[in-house]
Write a protein that binds this ligand. Structure first.
Ligand code: NAD
Length: 355
C-alpha cells in the first residue's frame, strides 16, 4: 500500500511526523513517500502544487496531508498561494465526497459549548458532496435587470443543480460508510422547497434498496441544523449536498469544541482518499512543539479504515488515542485543570506506547 505524505506548512510537518510514527508501528506493509506542498513547495520550486507532488498523489493508494498556508505568502498572486494546493488536489484527484466525523471523547466533553451530557460520547459522521451544487452550477453571475419592478438594478444569481449520477455516487459512499458504523443514514435536503432536493431524495431512496440493512431517514436542513444542537447523538451518518454540508459540518465540528481533535477525508469514486485534519497550518504556534497531533493521527486511522481496508489497525489507533486521553495527557489546546500538559512529540509518543 502506497501512501503519499504531504506535510505542507506551519504545524503540518510537526503533526504529520507523529502520525507517521504511529503508522510505522502498526507492522503493516506501508510504502510512504513524502513530497512538498503549499508554501513549502512554492519556496522550493515556485508552485504550491508541483507536478511531481501531484504525480505522487495520483500514483498512491491514499494521501496523508498536513496543512497548508503561510502568512508570508498572503500577498502573492492567488494561483500561487499555498491554499491553492488543496483545491488543486481535490480537483485533480476527483475527490467528490468529504467525510467529517465529529467525535466527543468523554474526557473532553467539557470543551464543548453545549452541556456535557448532550455531547459526551457523540460519534457522528457528516458526508458532504464536494464538487457539485450551487457552488459550481451554471449559469451564475451578476447582471443588470432590464425590466420589471427592479429594472436598472443589478441582481446576483447562482444555480443549484445535481444530476442523478452525482447524487447516486455520494449516496453509495454514504451507505457504505454507514455499513462500517452504526447502520443509520440520515439524508438532509430541502425537498419541501427545492426541486434539486426532490430529485436528491428520490435518488437516495432508490439507492437505499441496495442496502437493506441500513436504516434510511430524511430530514430538512433547517431541522437538521436544530437537531444537531438539540440532540446530536440521534445521528450516525448524515449525507447532504455541498452547501448544506458546508454549514452542517462546521456546526458539527463545534459540538466537539476542539479543532485539534478532528480528522477528515475527501474521497474519489474508487475509494482513494486524501486524509487531513480539519484545522489549518496554525502559524501562531508553528515550530513551538505544542500543536495537537491527534487530528492527524486520527486522519491516519480514517485512511486505514476507508482507503486501505485495514479496519483493525484503525480501531487500534482510535483505542490508543482514547487511552491517552483517559490517562489525562493533553496538549495545550485541550488542557483542563487536573490534567497533564504535554507537547506534540510527547503526545505522539504516548499514542505509540498505548498502541
Ligand atoms: P487554523 O486552523 O490554522 O488555526 C485556528 C486556531 O486553532 C489557531 O489559534 C491555531 O493555533 C489553533 N489550532 C489549529 N490547529 C491546532 C492544533 N492541531 N493544535 C492546537 N491548536 C491548533 O486556522 P487559521 O489560523 O484561520 O489559518 C491559518 C492558515 O491555515 C491560513 O493560511 C489558512 O488559509 C490555512 N488553512 C489551511 C487549511 C488546510 O490546509 N486544509 C484549512 C484551514 C486553514
Amino acid at each position: 500500500m502506497k501512501i503519499a505524505v504531504l506535510p505542507g506548512d506551519g504545524i503540518g510537518k510537526e503533526i504529520v511526523a507523529e502520525a507517521l510514527k504511529v503508522l510505522r508501528a502498526l507492522g503493516l506493509r506501508l510504502e510512504m513517500e513524502e513530497a512538498p506542498v503549499g508554501g513549502t513547495a512554492y519556496e522550493a520550486c515556485g508552485e504550491p502544487l508541483p507536478r511531481a507532488t501531484l504525480d505522487l498523489a495520483k500514483a498512491a493508494d491514499a494521501v496523508l496531508f498536513g496543512a497548508v498556508g503561510d502568512p508570508r505568502y498572503d500577498a502573492i498572486p492567488r494561483d500561487k498561494r499555498p491554499e491553492q494546493a488543496i483545491l488543486g488536489l481535490r480537483k485533480e484527484l476527483g475527490l467528490f465526497a468529504n467525510l467529517r466525523p465529529a467525535v466527543v471523547y468523554a474526557e473532553l466533553a467539557g470543551a464543548s459549548s453545549l452541556r456535557p451530557e448532550v455531547v459526551a460520547g457523540l460519534d457522528i459522521l457528516i458526508l458532504r458532496e464536494l464538487t457539485g451544487d450551487i457552488y459550481f452550477g451554471q449559469p451564475r453571475g451578476i447582471r443588470k435587470l432590464e425590466s420589471g419592478k427592479f429594472a436598472g438594478e443589478r441582481e446576483g444569481f447562482d444555480t443549484m443543480r445535481y444530476s442523478e449520477s452525482e447524487v447516486r455516487r455520494i449516496a453509495h459512499v454514504a451507505f457504505a460508510a454507514a455499513g462500517k458504523r452504526g447502520r443509520k443514514l440520515c439524508s438532509v435536503d430541502k425537498a419541501n422547497v427545492l426541486d434539486t432536493s426532490q430529485l436528491w431524495r428520490e435518488v437516495v431512496t432508490q439507492v437505499a434498496r441496495e442496502y437493506p440493512d441500513i436504516e434510511l431517514s430524511h430530514m430538512y436542513v433547517d431541522n437538521a441544523a436544530m437537531q444537531l444542537v438539540r440532540n446530536p447523538k440521534q445521528f450516525d451518518v448524515i449525507v447532504t449536498g455541498n452547501m448544506f454540508g458546508d454549514i452542517l459540518s462546521d456546526e458539527a465540528s463545534m459540538l466537539t469544541g476542539s479543532i485539534g481533535m478532528l480528522p477528515s477525508a475527501s474521497m474519489d469514486e474508487r475509494g482513494k482518499g486524501l486524509y487531513e485534519p480539519i484545522h489549518g497550518s496554525a502559524p501562531d504556534i508553528a515550530g513551538k512543539g505544542v500543536a495537537n497531533p491527534l487530528a492527524t493521527i486520527l486522519s491516519a486511522a480514517m485512511m486505514l479504515r476507508y482507503s486501505l481496508e485495514q479496519p483493525a489497525a484503525a480501531d487500534r489507533i482510535e483505542a490508543a488515542v482514547k487511552k491517552v486521553l483517559a490517562q489525562g495527557l493533553r496538549t495545550p489546546d485541550i488542557f483542563q485543570a487536573g490534567t497533564k500538559k504535554v507537547g506534540t512529540r510527547e503526545m505522539g509518543d504516548a499514542v505509540l506506547a498505548a498502541l
